[in-house]
Design a protein around this ligand. Structure first.
Ligand code: DGJ
Length: 700
């Protein structure tokens, strides 16, 4: 059983990990263990009951509480901060009861209540056994008659084993340059990473991995976690002066407030935390499996090879030019043709049209149907770009409803890319978008939607908000989820892509709605190698949309078409080049690479990923996918610029069945799994060269 309820102690177990907490002598809910699963429930340590350290550091400060409220003499980062109606800003939580609820989907609920005010805090836990993940979220119920103001309400505080020094791995970046892995020591104090941009953001990801500085891809204890939320978030990794390390994660409390009226409940987004003794690679694989099998709506469906018109035609789309591109794409073996920005009412540049989601009459005089039918006749599905959350001041929608945008009445409305953000917290905005997009999807045979969002927030005002206007940060995300979910329910056959100027909205919250993510607007293939590696720390390859474009040749960069394809074949392959300008030879080469991708797609998209050599660290990088039944494996090797003469390191494969024999599909070379893994292979790659090795298990 995954959940053990002992007297005043609770243990959650997954296949390989254990997590325990309980009531200590002072009655505080204290964390006691997170690590390797232990043999018996009695092995898990008792909750600590620390003594005070002079007058300055009382027991409450020293106790690793599961969910500390702000109050008393605790000076650590609390998870919960509230102001009661009488102005009291001190929370004193007492244990009330705990129970296991549910059948197949069993969860542990631990109920706490303020000792004076009728405020109930329920900690929810679920053990995802097969994935070694613990899910945590919190609900706060106002059981009284007066409102309570929530000022911070995080999803979890994750405690690391006490007494060690740790390193934090996280992701940083910016638009066009996302997902750089950073590995830095955690020292006394608080390391904060966050988004204040209304979306998850290009800059940091709500994901952390912590180790003692000795873990690598293949070995070592790693504790990691993430948050299923697509708005402002925060992680605060704190090392106290008493050698206690904890990572808090949740909705960002910056500029946040929530009025919890009598009888209401606030529910936080879920945080998922995992432990592995097998390094960063195993941590990623656990998340990949979990996302594919438990988060994604269509995690097991192969992602189609798509063509996207953006980098070819930009806003200059019309029926003939798109049909011409579609014809070439179809000949090359593309399965899904996606028309990007520029197709709707008066959208000729980025300064007009957003909000008016009907086809531009000059570009598409007979609507989208003729194009869609042509695409379907060519044997492809049709997909379309939209940016529902935005409006240009030069649009019919804005002229009708200028009050629908996020703004402060006394401030200028800062435009970015010529656009403003619709306040999706407002019901009428949600209803408008649902009606417009529902019509678009009902009237046209659209199989794929690319949902974009091309700016961050400014002047976050909501003048006529029914409650505290700072609820905007959360209610906007609820509104977004509501619109998207309603459309998904009404059009269940549609596949969705989450894009926000590339990877600005990549998180487990959006992946409950979106099937795949546009990882970056940077399509230079060597940059992409790095960005994709960072992305793979969290997300599986079937969510990683990767296009082959003309970006490299346009700046005279030496990467061949084959190299560029190989980079994109590491994920859900797409093409975004100007096919009309591609030579016959290039199209033929592309067709053969697309055909090759179709033979390896199932391994890439559904297999286990092993990062053999980091592209963020090395000019020679490699990654390997292994099918779940270990009958096939695909290895991608890339060499960027290395000064000559270069001695290439051997590559040691991973994840194969040691005693089984595997044959290289290209050369016929057959070796045992153990030989591929331990003798390794020598590569003969020149600068900007790449190679795919496809191994299949043969009879011994
Ligand atoms: C940003 C996206 O990331 C691009 O792929 C493209 O869709 C443009 N927006 C269109 O405006």
């Amino acid at each position: 059983m995954a959940i053990h309820l002992l007297p005043n102690r609770w243990i959650l177990e997954t296949r390989n990990s254990g997590y325990a907490f309980g009531l200590n002598d002072a009655g505080l809910l204290a964390h006691s263990y997170w690590g390797q699963r232990l043999a018996y429930a009695s092995d898990y340590p008792a909750p600590p009951s620390p003594a005070m350290w002079a007058a300055f550091n009382g027991p409450a400060h020293l106790t690793p509480e599961e969910y500390p409220g702000y109050g008393g003499t605790k000076y650590i980062e609390p998870c919960l901060k509230v102001t009661f109606a009488d102005g009291v800003r001190d929370v004193v939580l007492k244990f009330i009861a705990a129970e296991a609820a549910g059948q197949d989907d069993m969860q542990l609920q631990v109920h706490l209540e303020d000792e004076h005010y009728p405020l109930r805090v329920t900690l929810h836990y679920r053990a995802h056994e097969a994935y070694d993940l613990i899910e945590r979220w919190v609900s706060i119920q106002n059981k009284g008659h007066e409102p309570v103001t929530l000022e911070r309400v995080w999803s979890a505080q994750w405690h690391l084993p006490y007494g060690d020094h740790y390193w934090l791995t996280h992701l940083t970046g910016r638009w066009l340059d996302e997902m750089h892995l950073r590995h830095e020591p955690l020292v006394q104090g608080v390391k904060v990473l966050e988004s204040r941009r209304l979306t998850t953001s290009h800059h940091h990801s709500p994901w952390f991995a912590v180790d003692d500085g000795t873990a690598d891809e293949d070995q070592g204890a790693v504790w990691y976690g993430t948050l299923a939320w697509s708005g402002n978030w925060k992680t605060a990794a704190e090392v106290t002066d008493f050698m206690s390390t904890r990572v808090n994660i949740g909705i960002n409390d910056f500029d946040f407030a929530w009025t919890l009226k009598a009888g209401e409940t606030f529910v936080t987004p879920a945080s998922f935390g995992g432990y592995t003794s097998a390094g960063f690679g195993a941590a990623s694989r656990a998340l990949h499996d979990f996302i594919r099998e438990r988060i994604l709506p269509n995690g097991d469906r192969p992602r189609k090879i798509l063509y996207n018109s953006w980098e070819a035609t930009y806003f200059d789309v019309d029926e003939p030019s798109q049909i011409q591109l579609a014809q070439i794409a179809a000949q090359m073996g593309v399965e899904l043709f996606v028309m990007d920005d520029g197709w709707f009412h008066r959208r000729n540049l980025d300064n007009a049209g957003l909000g008016d989601w009907w086809p531009d009459a000059a570009k598409f005089p007979h609507g989208l149907k003729p194009l869609i039918e042509a695409v379907n006749r060519l044997g492809m599905d049709f997909g379309l770009w939209i940016e529902p959350e935005m409006v240009n001041p030069d649009s019919e929608l804005y002229r009708l409803h200028p009050d629908w945008v996020i703004h402060f009445p006394t401030r200028a409305r800062t435009e970015a890319r010529g656009q403003l953000i619709l306040n999706l917290a407002r019901r009428e905005v949600q209803d408008y978008l649902i009606a417009q997009l529902d019509r678009l999807l009902t009237e046209n045979a659209i199989s794929f939607i690319k949902w974009d969002m091309n700016r961050n927030v400014s002047e976050p005002g909501w003048a006529d908000a029914p409650g505290d206007p700072r609820e905007l940060w959360v209610r906007y995300v609820y509104g977004l989820y509501h619109v998207w979910e309603t459309l998904r329910q009404r059009h269940p056959h549609v596949i969705w892509q989450s894009c926000s100027g590339g990877g600005g909205r990549a998180d487990l919250g959006i992946l409950r709605l979106a099937d795949q993510i546009w990882v970056s607007d940077n399509t230079y293939s060597t940059s992409r190698l790095s960005i994709q590696e960072g992305f793979s720390s969290i997300f599986p390859a079937n969510t990683m949309e990767a296009w082959v474009t003309d970006a490299d040749p346009q700046i005279g960069s030496p990467e061949s078409l084959r190299f560029r394809f190989h980079v994109s074949m590491c994920g859900a392959l797409g093409i975004g080049g100007h096919l009309i300008r591609w030579s016959e030879a290039e199209r033929a080469e592309a067709a053969s690479l697309i055909a090759q991708y179709k033979t390896i797609r199932h391994v890439v998209q559904s297999g286990d990923l092993y990062r053999l050599r980091s592209a963020q660290k090395h000019a020679l990088s490699a990654l390997q996918y292994v099918s779940k039944d270990r009958s096939e494996s695909v290895v991608f090797c890339f060499r960027t610029m290395m000064p000559q003469p270069a001695q290439l390191p051997r590559l040691y494969l991973r994840g194969l069945e040691p005693a089984a024999c595997y044959q290289d599909a290209a050369t016929g070379e057959t070796r045992s799994g153990s030989a591929w893994m331990h003798v390794g292979l020598e590569l003969t790659l020149g600068n900007f060269d790449s190679q795919i090795i496809h191994l299949r298990r043969t009879e011994n």
